[in-house]
Design a protein around this ligand. Sequence first.
Ligand code: MSP
Length: 510
Amino acid sequence: MKTFYITTAIDYVNGSPHLGHAYEKVLTDVIARFRRLMGDRVHFLTGVDEHGQKVQQTARKRGIPPQQFCDEISEEFRAVCRKLDISNDDFIRTTEERHKKVVRQLLQQLFDKGEIYKAEYKGFYSTRQEQFLQEKDRNPDGSWPELFGEVTEITESNYFFKLRSYQDWLVEFLKKNENFVFPRYRQKQVLEFLAEPLNDLCISRPKDRLEWGIELPFDSGFVTYVWFDALVNYYSAVIDKPGVWPADFHVIGKDILVPPHAVYWPIMLKAAGLEPPGTLLAHGWWSINGAKMSKSTGNFVDPVAFADQYGVDALRYFLIREMSVGQDSDFSLQQFLSRYNSELANNLGNLVNRALNMTNRFAAGLVPAAETAEEPELALRALWEKTRDEVIALNEGFQFHIALERTFAFITATNAYIEARAPWKLGKSADAKDQALLKTTLATIAEALRLGVSLLPAVMPGTTKKIHDVLGYAAGPVWRDELVWGDRLTGRKVAATAILFPRPEAAKTS
Ligand code: MSP
């Protein structure tokens, strides 16, 4: 069986991790966990992109060597993974020798094949920003924006990768592989981009301009320029792992789909004789309170601090419930708290408390066996089967937000079932029929809760385990088997109480 290989983009270390990075990791984690539940062997890679001008500049400003700077910031990204319960199997840094070695090999191979050539590049250069500018960077009146400082036309020798000679191949490839990009409409954007002739890709920077990079194996006066270095991480991380390449999924933001992932990467692989990835999944962008996130203006959410304050699973739930994969979304504390209170605390949290309270009150804390099944029980069971099948199909189609909505509709229906059966009334009756119905009700509540929660481990792994724990239950190894209505909880001793979603500080005062 081929390993299901999934990756996130590797994050630039020139700034601290923010909510956008956190979302991408959580989304990828949800897919990885879901695939594991479905029985796949999964390899999940994330990591950091450490070379380039910005890192060199930021380290210089702080007066520390770039490697030390990278070590510090990379640790922050690792901490986000740990905090957010990300189940990555590997974490790659582009300054690691295992990566640099593969980049050098690939460059040499392509150079030897004649896919890389040296040429003169003439263009407008901003010394202040240390970058070449393009026509689109000009002001409408033709002048250069203030931020570039003095702009001069210079000629520089560089190495170029022959992108253009693969343009027709890529167009054909995309036509044959209609699902190469998800969501599908984004594949059209790639084809639109390819409607114009491609320029060959400049893949080097002279060392006197940029030192912080991987030296070209065939010319020590140059380092590799960003994308050629960064994209290779997906391959360098698994080169020694048989049965992993090609990647099944590269999860990335929409901003880095075209051209890097949808054009440069498949062409680089093709030129090197390697198989292309299965699918590029391009997610949308988060804004915060309706505006672009920015640390300098304070419109910023630190994912670790947020998870500390409100709970890891609450944050994971919100990110996946709020955003439809592929579309943009807005993050606000108000919207977060609204979902937290109504969906997590008042719906799921309430169901857990009721299940525990009533089992303790009416059955000495031991889940009884169901004695009958009447219309309300049969209806809840039918809803369960429908929900389960829909949720699996929705997850397979990356419609995680709707899958969560359906799962929570089942939780709501279970709460409504309790209202309808009113076990507190049945508990007062000495009638044998009422007593039988009480047992059935308690068994049904517990089983519905176990099942509902069994649909949540990919999104809320910690919460799922906690709820199964308080039901005295440990899920078995085959997920599909777990999703069958039955009597697995009969005789289990439930906990006295559970605190799952405490009322957040901010909500208390509002
Ligand atoms: N280093 C490159 C990627 C190289 S992949 C071979 C890069 N880094 S990044 O730090 O700028 O972005 C990393 C990922 O975070 C990208 O997929 C990007 O789309 C995503 N996000 C950055 N800001 C985001 C939001 N505001 N919202 C959602 N995701 C965002 O690009």
